[in-house]
Design a protein around this ligand. Structure first.
Ligand code: C2E
Ligand code: CA
Ligand code: CA
Ligand code: CA
Length: 279
């Protein structure tokens, strides 16, 4: 039993070691990836629930790793969030999103607002947010075309600083959206202190709409609250026509999800922006 214990311990130790190594490996490789431009943005349309028109897009990062294919953000964002690496990722994403907005303008697609996700860590230092503001100004696009998506956890660690920085962004014209709304320990009193333009209803609630649980009532309540407070609304993770119909009838203006489109590389997203060809 003693021997086995030692083996077990040894095995556990080894596994922890591998995990630490893997994390280090990812961090080193990701730093390299940013420098080598191996990151890519995919775009998922946000759709007007009444007209079906595309009213914007969310930029979602992917990592095209030579020899490994496309790595989804769930496989490297959490590691990046353990260090300042996530700040570098956020800056890369913002720079690329601005260039894309500019390119759509120049190609005659008009102004397509783009949503960018920023991690809580981006709101722990003034200068990181100032760099975001500076790089959008340098890109020469109106900050109102950039919507910054943050989760409720952004204001948990240092609420006063995070709230001040959200206001700074808002004062420069950026839109602010609360992502995954309802999934965290929502503090409705913080909500009133935040300069929010849009609430994004977490897709777990949307998934429950047609499951006969309380999902439909919760979604209805969030929509009523947002409409009463004059906030914009996006329902995330819309996968069925029934969900879309429910949301439209409940007065949710905008929806996003696989029902309309998965996140797409820019070459596949752009055709969605073109008026459809006559038959
Ligand atoms: P998120 O911000 O909540 O993004 C929405 C995620 O839901 C995306 O996953 C999207 O592909 C997925 N999704 C969209 N519609 C549907 C649907 O109808 N059904 C289902 N089941 N899923 C849907 P993705 O692209 O894998 O991103 C996952 C998460 O990674 C994001 O969640 C976000 O938290 C993070 N992330 C992605 N890009 C960035 C980034 O540039 N910066 C940071 N900090 N985080 C990012
Ligand atoms: Ca998001
Ligand atoms: Ca979300
Ligand atoms: Ca999420």
């Amino acid at each position: 039993a003693k021997g086995r214990g030692r083996n077990t311990f040894h095995f556990f130790d080894q596994a922890m070691n591998n995990r630490a190594l893997r994390r280090l490996d990812i961090a080193v490789a990701l730093r390299h990836a940013i420098a080598q431009d191996q990151l890519e943005l995919y775009y998922q349309p946000k759709v007007d629930t009444r007209s079906g028109a595309i009213v914007g897009a969310e930029a979602l990062v992917r990592w095209r790793r030579p020899g490994e294919g496309i790595i989804p953000p769930g496989d490297f964002i959490p590691q990046a969030e353990e260090s300042d690496l996530i700040v570098a990722v956020g800056e890369w994403v913002m720079r690329r999103a601005c260039a894309q907005v500019l390119s759509w303008r120049q190609q005659g697609f008009g102004d397509i607002p783009v949503a960018v996700n920023l991690s809580p860590r981006h709101f722990q230092r003034e200068r990181d947010i100032d760099r975001i503001i500076a790089l959008v100004e340098e890109a020469g696009i109106p900050p109102s075309l950039i919507e910054i998506e943050v989760t409720e956890s952004t204001v948990m660690r240092d609420p006063d600083l995070a709230i001040a920085l959200l206001w700074r962004l808002r004062d420069h014209g950026f839109g602010i959206a609360i992502d995954d709304f309802g999934s965290g320990y929502s503090n409705l009193s913080y909500l009133r202190r935040l300069p929010i333009r849009t609430l994004k209803i977490d897709r777990a609630f949307v998934a429950d709409i047609d499951q006969g649980k309380d999902g439909a009532e919760i979604v209805r309540a969030i929509i009523a609250m947002a409409n009463a407070l004059g906030l914009g609304l996006v329902a995330e993770g819309v996968e069925t026509e029934a969900q879309l119909r429910f949301l439209r009838d409940a007065d949710c203006a905008v929806a996003q999800g696989y029902y309309f489109s998965r996140p797409l590389p820019v070459a596949e997203f752009e055709p969605l922006l073109r008026p459809s060809e006559p038959p």
